[in-house]
Design a protein around this ligand. Structure first.
Ligand code: GN1
Ligand code: MG
Length: 345
């Protein structure tokens, strides 16, 4: 795959020397930084993983829809725009992979974990603001790009199926994690009951508000939110849970060895940040169930990593054989420490 040739299809990169370097943060799409040498200009080039996002067209259309909604609502932050090819919003290469070009936000960096409560607060506040502006147009409906993404019943069925068909070696290697997951199988039940009865307000959510999807400036202030691939109509409890999952973890997501992984002060900071812009919008069922949401989303993420380990690493990108198991163990450790802090066992 000739990355330069791909980038050249986008008029923004069609002339001059290009320097292309991989950005290895994401677990699904392949992302690169494109530098227009000597012109002080950068872009993000991304290959959309079409085994997972089966309609790249819907992904890029949703991205523009989100930007339109934010612009209409006078969102006060930078919008990351998609830069078109001569004929459309993305390029299909010879292997039928879809590529898009995005704005690069200058002066920004990403983090793999929050380093202190102020960072957790900052990240949660930036997401809270994004969600507030995104939800000013209740009629907006993005296309469904990942069927079943927030269907926890399906996540649990996928886990049971993976358990049934896993190789004996993987099942044995994962025995402790399996036992821990099986101890908490009832955790999503309340969530599923609310969903079945339509009690959770349906709102636009980010769907992947992890720390590496927030850009920070040099002073540590949140700049904006990136990765709009999973914006969908669902419940804000999902986003809160995922923020708590990501911003309270003092270890990296695949660290199964750390003595402790959960920071209670960061958890309080995430709550504060989440309520900062959304406090007035939350319905009682949302405002009153943040602790439950944090536990459930962490649990489901552990189940997703463990499911992928049992299936032989078919979904998340991995660099070594037990990385998905390490990720699952890290999440289960986080869940245990969060529950201890909350006084539930
Ligand atoms: C995936 O691809 P990336 O890194 O943005 C995943 C999220 C998980 C996250 C865990 C489409 O996000 O749901 O929470 O990994 N995205 C998809 O790090 O499954
Ligand atoms: Mg993502």
């Amino acid at each position: 795959m000739d990355l330069r040739a791909i980038a050249r299809h986008f008029p923004a990169c069609s002339s001059g020397e290009l320097r292309i370097t991989p950005i290895t943060d994401g677990l699904i799409n392949a992302t690169y930084r494109v530098e227009l040498v000597g012109q002080a200009q950068h872009f993000i080039l991304q290959k959309i993983n079409s085994a997972i996002f089966q309609s790249p067209a819907a992904v890029v259309r949703n991205h523009n829809l989100v930007n339109e909604l934010l612009a209409q609502a006078d969102y006060p932050r930078a919008l990351v725009r998609q830069r078109p090819t001569a004929t459309g919003l993305y390029l299909l290469d010879d292997a039928n992979s879809a590529w898009r070009l995005l704005d690069f936000v200058p002066g920004a960096h990403t983090l793999h974990k929050a380093d202190r409560p102020a960072t957790a607060f900052e990240a949660a506040k930036i997401l809270s603001e994004f969600l507030f502006y995104l939800n000013q147009h209740p009629a907006a409906e993005p296309e469904e790009t990942l069927p079943g993404f927030v269907d926890f019943g399906k996540r649990m069925r996928d886990y049971q199926a993976a358990l049934g068909s896993a190789s004996p070696a993987r099942r044995q290697q994962a025995a402790a994690a399996i036992r821990q997951v099986n101890d908490h199988l009832a955790l999503p039940d309340q969530w599923l009951a609310w969903q079945a009865t339509g009690q959770l307000p349906r709102r636009l959510i980010h769907g992947d508000p992890k720390i590496s999807n927030v850009l920070f400036d040099e002073a540590g202030r949140g700049l904006c939110v990136i990765d709009l691939d999973t914006v969908m109509l669902a419940t804000l409890l999902y986003d809160f849970g995922d923020m708590a999952r990501s911003y309270t973890n003092t270890a990296t997501e695949d660290d199964a060895q750390a003595a402790s992984v959960f920071d209670p002060e960061m958890y309080l900071a995430v709550k504060q940040g989440f309520r900062y812009h959304l406090g007035g919008l939350l319905a009682p069922i949302e405002a009153e169930n943040l602790d439950y949401a944090a536990q459930t989303v962490i649990f489901i993420q552990a189940v997703r990593f463990l499911t992928d380990y049992l299936k032989g690493d078919v979904y998340y990108a991995t660099r070594y054989a037990t990385q998905n198991l390490d990720r699952a163990q890290n999440q289960l450790h986080l869940l245990t420490e969060l529950r201890r802090f909350l006084g539930v066992h």
